[in-house]
Design a protein around this ligand. Structure first.
Ligand SMILES: Cc1cc2nc3c(=O)[nH]c(=O)nc-3n(C[C@H](O)[C@H](O)[C@H](O)COP(=O)(O)O)c2cc1C
Length: 171
């Protein structure tokens, strides 16, 4: 399947080159889209190398309309890590960067997998839960999070699912 992998500004972004590899092992073609915050946490060059494709991180790309072309090309969208911010924007139709805009431009029949990851207190906030519920009621599939030791030093729910588990869930 042709997949766009959207990478948000969560610490689990550092696991996404591995996720790209796991998806490609299963025969998927992957193009990565980084948010501005995501680009602080994982190297664009690493993603370009493991995906074998250019990484997009801006709406503004000379000679292309990436927020329309990428969702046309894609047969599905994976968002990992899906931050609290992205869940809120997706749920409420905000579109202020490439990833949030292409989410809106993706045809509704195409599958969306969200892999939330955040601090436990953030994860348990009613707003975050309500945003995710809204998205899953509208057809998005949620993978994780799982419990574990979080980067913030807490132990609890909120860790991004393991890349192998995410790739398996996508199929
Ligand atoms: C080091 C660091 C790690 C972060 N990890 C997370 C995280 O795991 N999950 C999350 O929802 N936000 C996390 N944040 C906060 C997000 O980066 C922030 O809410 C940002 O607006 C998300 O932007 P995005 O739309 O690009 O994902 C983190 C921030 C920093 C500085």
């Amino acid at each position: 399947m042709r997949l766009v992998l959207g990478i948000g500004g969560g610490i689990a972004a550092y696991k996404t080159p591995d996720l790209v590899r796991r998806l490609r092992e299963r025969g998927h073609e992957v193009r990565c889209v980084l948010t501005a915050n995501g680009s602080r946490l994982v190297a664009k060059d690493a993603l370009a190398t493991v995906s074998g494709a250019a990484v997009r991180d801006s709406l503004w790309h000379e000679g292309g309309i990436e927020h329309i072309d990428l969702p046309r090309w894609a047969e599905g969208l994976v968002v990992a890590p899906a931050t609290a911010d992205l869940l809120g924007k997706f749920a409420h139709g905000l579109a202020d960067d490439l990833l949030t805009t292409l989410f809106l431009a993706l045809e509704p029949a195409k599958p969306v997998w969200l892999c939330p990851a955040m601090n436990t207190v953030m994860w348990e906030k009613p707003q975050v839960q309500a945003n995710l519920r809204l998205l899953t009621e509208r057809g998005a599939r949620s993978i994780g999070p799982v419990g574990g030791n979080l980067a913030c030093g807490e132990t609890g729910m909120g860790a991004m699912s393991d890349p192998t588990a995410i790739a398996q869930a996508i199929g």
